[in-house]
Design a protein around this ligand. Structure first.
Ligand code: B3K
Ligand code: ZN
Length: 886
């Protein structure tokens, strides 16, 4: 027995970008025949294969990936191979001594019903679904499962007709038939070459809703959304989003859909949000199904974005795919950027941007500041599943946005055209993308590439000096990026600063920047590309307030503003995002000071400026309800934690609550009036104004609750019981759930009874309790883990309870350590069933260095306990190992 099982346990080998080599063989076509059965599905594959001259070694063996497959037969050009002719391991099949061109047939058996990983072919609710990105196809059949092998696929699905009337795959159905044993079959053919990760099949008893879309060039596309019986009244929103996305991509990027059919299938057991399989997107039910009484406004907006995102992948991901998984951000960063642009064009642009930046700061900045930090293009990984991160997605999108900001909209659009034309039907790299942008603009991206290679969030500090005699303003910008794992020294980033100067009366000033030929007004972009730089503005009539990083023009942390400057920007900035940003930063600074005071034992006293800002925000409630609700919402606990040297969860909670109580009390009459006036029983609308009114009314109720629970509790209970929309019901339930009261118990019980059988609503019921601030939260969460509705195998349910609790800063970090113990147990348990879900949860422990010594010790002990678990998956092992290294 080994002394230290942690050290000797087998780990997945590290893969490195610099080791990339073109594949030894290419697959031109693959014809698959699935004989579907939950316990034993037979998969027969016929592949036409040829040597790839680009590989360089003309004697290399063929290596096919394969995992959890039972091999029945292999045939080379029609002749069976005996076992000596190939090597079979737990990871695949190796065949030496092959000709330059040949046909290979394989026959394997898999057990979809026992596939709890939900990667490959699996069963959910009795129906069959697939998930192949990143490396799931190898769990279906032997194949070179890497994205630079692009083949033309056909798939024949055979299944019992009564139980599985619907049989779907990529492309178009080209043939079908029935057999006399009660089974039927459909053959699908995808005309476009694609990597194996984009293969999909769906077989089951599903209902479908259909519509059609006429493309810009006049082709008719049949649209279908497939759901389980009973859900067909919840797909109208997704269908409308799909059509809007298709039109938008034509209008904005000139990209038209390229098949006659576009299908979406919804599945209740799914590891992530959705998947862009060519012509057959598969979606988590949570990101398709919406009815006003079952889905919140936030769900509606999220569904719209994700439908758009997956649809946009048709060009950025499917037609042009990634050469290897190191290039993941090539498709993900770009497609997130595209869905952000869609959101800005089709909803409120400032509000969309605010949400995106909150998300970036909440997840990506935190990732970039801790042991899991990695560049947008990671140079190495063990399990690629662990790199579907906020850095690859959200920071990747910010990098694309900076490229557009630097070269301008027109050049960017030309660059997109060049990128697609040049890489169509092939597997590209980030260099290919940047080369297209260079060609379109002439801009030299050599130093800009640091954004793809260096991890860490740059801090930018500014100082301004006004010379009233010379009418000159001198701006100094400095940047600095802290070391991240494996990168001690950082080179300066190329940072586009979109900026304006605001005059004393709140107007945008007209100025001349040294080097410019004429004075100009409004936003200009300057580039900070050294550690320190100065910018001199002439003809500056009076001392300005600088509005920097408009619309969040770079993913950086900015410092240098005084409170007075922030207050001026919050009131006058012409950039909607920056107006919110200034108020948010003001509130953040004020709360951080109050937290320090609280830690010194001082009582909380509200900041006059903050109360005034809240009061003046309320004055524009009618004109801009959504933005008002956003401004009235104090910075979240994660934002505050991110700014503290040592995170103190209890002080954060106490001070934030005290501030909410103070604001609620100060503006009580206004909130009460708003709550009454916004009572809107007119028809449900998902337009920004209706969403804004519901958001603002909920905000008002939250402040009424904060100010005086006794009088507001009945309002919350009534709002919950009325249950007009899920947005209203859930907001009320969340407020009740934060209290340990009989009203809470009644509300939770009624809600559960009402929504039994609506899985997505029951998920919300779990999540609300997991995120609660109520004092008995840990005990309740522990007992929810043995509630009959809890299901470790269902990712949505698991994430609602365990993920929800993991983000409950107050209780997961409770000084007792009970929160850590709960998370540890739940991670170890789920790792045996679904390793990619388990690995994600490690993020909760990754920030251990940010806490006090006592919590640090407990967090490290929890990581050690997980690592010592026998049979721990490679996925979770990689995350724990990186987290521990610090
Ligand atoms: N490409 C998928 C994510 C796959 C995750 C695999 N672990 C969805 C998306 O980003 O659009
Ligand atoms: Zn994506």
């Amino acid at each position: 027995m080994a002394e230290n099982p942690v050290q000797i346990a087998e780990a997945a080998p590290e893969k490195r970008l610099i080791d990339y080599r073109p594949p030894a063989f290419l697959v031109d076509t693959v014809d698959l025949i699935f004989d579907l059965d939950p316990e034993a599905t037979s998969v027969r594959a016929t592949m036409s294969i040829r040597r790839n001259p680009a590989h360089g070694d003309a004697t290399a063996p063929l290596v096919l990936d394969g995992e959890d497959l039972t091999l029945n037969a292999v045939m080379l050009d029609g002749a069976a191979l005996d076992a000596e002719a190939y090597g079979l391991t737990a990871h695949g099949l190796t065949i030496p001594d092959l000709p330059d061109e040949f046909t290979l047939d394989t026959d394997v058996t898999i057990a979809p019903a026992r596939n709890t990983e939900l990667s490959g072919l699996y069963v959910s609710g009795g129906d069959f679904f697939t998930q192949c990105e990143a490396e799931g196809f190898r769990r279906i059949t032997f194949f070179p499962d890497r994205p630079d092998v692009m083949a033309r696929f056909s798939a024949t699905l055979i299944a019992e007709q009564k139980r599985y009337p619907v049989l779907l795959s990529n492309g178009n159905p080209v043939d079908r038939g029935t057999r006399d044993d009660g089974r039927h079959w459909v053959k699908w053919q995808d005309p476009h070459p694609k990597p194996s990760y984009l293969f999909a099949l769906v077989a089951g008893d599903l209902l479908s809703v259909h519509d059609e879309f006429i493309t810009a060039s006049g082709r008719k596309v049949a649209l279908g959304i497939y759901v389980r019986r009973g859900d067909e009244d919840k797909v109208a929103h997704a269908m409308a989003s799909l059509k809007r996305s298709m039109r938008w991509d034509e209008e904005v990027f000139g990209l038209e859909y390229d098949l006659d059919i576009f299908n979406i299938a919804a599945v209740g057991d799914f590891n992530m949000g959705a998947m862009e399989n060519k012509g057959l997107n598969i979606f988590n039910t949570a990101l398709v199904l919406a009815r006003p009484d079952t889905a919140t406004d936030a769900d509606y907006l999220r569904i719209d974005r994700v439908i758009a995102h997956e649809y946009f992948h048709n060009w950025t991901g499917d037609r042009v795919t990634c050469r290897d998984w190191f290039q993941l951000s090539l498709k993900e960063g770009l497609t997130v950027f595209r869905d952000q642009e869609y959101g800005a064009d089709t909803t409120d642009a400032s509000l969309s941007r605010i949400e995106e930046v909150k998300r970036l700061r909440g997840f990506q900045f935190r990732e970039d500041a801790g042991p899991l930090a990695h560049p947008v293009r990671p140079p190495a990984y063990r399990k690629i599943d662990n790199f579907y991160t906020a850095t690859v997605y959200e920071k990747g999108a910010e990098v694309v946005r900076m490229i557009r900001t630097i070269i301008g909209r027109e050049a960017f659009r030309r660059g997109m055209d060049i990128y697609i034309a040049r890489n169509d039907n092939s597997a590209a790299t980030i260099e290919d993308f940047v080369a297209a942008m260079h060609e379109a603009s002439g801009y030299d991206f050599a130093r800009f590439m640091r954004w793809y290679k260096q991890a860490g969030t740059p801090s930018v500090h500014f100082e301004g000096h006004y010379d009233s005699g010379a009418k000159r303003y001198m701006l100094t910008l400095r940047q600095e990026t802290k070391a991240t794992p494996g990168q001690a020294q950082k080179e300066p980033f190329v940072i586009p600063v979109a900026m304006g100067l605001i005059g004393p009366n709140g107007d945008e000033m007209t100025t001349t920047l040294a080097g410019e030929t004429a004075a100009r007004e409004g936003t200009r972009v300057v580039l900070l590309d050294a550690a320190e730089q100065q910018f001199i503005f002439e003809d500056v009539a009076a001392e300005p307030v600088l509005s920097l990083f408009r619309n969040f023009s770079a993913p950086i942390r900015l410092s240098g503003y005084s409170r007075a400057q922030l207050a001026a920007l919050a009131a006058h900035d012409t950039d909607g995002f920056n107006r919110w940003e200034a108020g948010h930063e003001y509130a953040t600074q004020m709360l951080l000071e109050a937290i320090s005071a609280h830690q010194r034992g001082e009582a909380f006293s509200p900041d006059r400026g903050l109360l005034d800002a809240m009061a003046s925000a309320l004055a524009q409630a009618e004109a801009a309800p959504a933005l008002t609700a956003e401004i009235l919402t104090l910075p979240g606990k994660a934002v505050l934690a991110d700014r503290m040297a040592v995170v103190d969860p209890l002080s954060i909670h106490v001070v934030r609550e005290a501030a909410r109580t103070a604001i609620g009390a100060h503006l009580h009459g206004r909130f009460a009036m708003l709550y009454r006036d916004l009572d809107d029983s007119s028809t449900f609308g998902i337009d920004p104004a209706s969403i804004g009114r519901r958001a603002l009314r909920n905000t008002a109720l939250a402040y009424l609750m904060a100010a005086d629970k006794k009088t507001a509790m009945p309002l919350a209970l009534a709002q919950l019981r009325a249950g007009r929309t899920m947005t209203e019901a859930l907001a009320a339930l969340a407020m009740l759930a934060d209290t340990a009261t009989p009203e809470r118990d009644a509300g939770l019980a009624e809600f559960h009874a009402k929504w039994q059988g609506e899985a997505l609503v029951i998920d919300k019921w779990f999540a609300i309790q997991a995120r609660s601030a109520a004092p008995d939260t840990i005990a309740r969460v522990e007992s929810l883990a043995s509630h009959p509705d809890f299901d470790l195998k269902n990712p949505n349910r698991y994430r609602s309870l365990v993920g929800g609790f993991g983000s409950n800063q107050l209780w997961v970090h409770d000084a007792s350590g009970a929160g850590y113990a709960f998370m540890t147990r739940m991670i170890v348990d789920v790792d045996k069933v679904n390793r990619s879900i388990a690995a994600r949860m490690i993020e909760v422990f990754a920030d251990w260095k940010r806490y006090d010594a006592a919590r640090q010790a407990k967090l490290r002990a929890a990581l050690d306990r997980i690592l010592a678990t026998e049979g721990l998956s490679d996925n979770t092992r990689e995350m724990v190992t990186r987290s521990r290294a610090g």
